[in-house]
Design a binder for this molecule. Sequence first.
Ligand code: CA
Length: 229
Amino acid sequence: MTRVLVVEDDAQLARALVINLQARRYVVDAAPDGATALSLAASEPPDVLIVDLGLPDMDGIDVIQALRRWSRSPVLVLSARSGSEDKIRALDAGADDYMTKPFSMDELLARLRAATRRAAEAPPLEPVAGGQVSTDDFTVDLVAKKVKRVDRDVRLTPTEWHLLEILICNPGRLISQRRLLQEVWGPSYSTKTNYLRVYMAQLRRKLEADPSHPRYLITEPGMGYRFEP
Ligand code: CA
């Protein structure tokens, strides 16, 4: 049984979401504003949240930020705001995914399933079991700081390693360009997206079977990067 909290002030849309989710056997709570959302999330902790950004009492981004102080449940933003700045702000606040309105219900349901599956398999921010992450093509040992491809060691520069570590420790999660730049290079580099492009290309050359069609290190254009386990 998966509990979903729908945070949406558009009553018609909220109703459509509730009906569609209940039809797929989700347990659904709905909140028309941020304050209700936070108190509901505390009393009936949801497994996943769908959050609108334009709410009557507070910004959805502030709801996510407040929630992230005590909850790791995945947050899927559903917003009319399509600017990349809004997407980045939402992701930096702790959202896991972002969809723009108008949206397809099927896509929303697919992303919801993906978010809950990822949360069940590998909760974000939790240490990875045994310090090892294995894919079909490479193995990363987070403790020994070593990467192996089939049977040979892969040498990474400290910058490549740092970048890979952040992505690997957040499996499936979209990490914003700004967060990666700030964590790896420092706060004054938060707009140097060309650095990321260069280093991600290097990582793909070292780790991906087909670097031009990456399977693990995925680009979300204009937003950030994702490690798909
Ligand atoms: Ca709204």
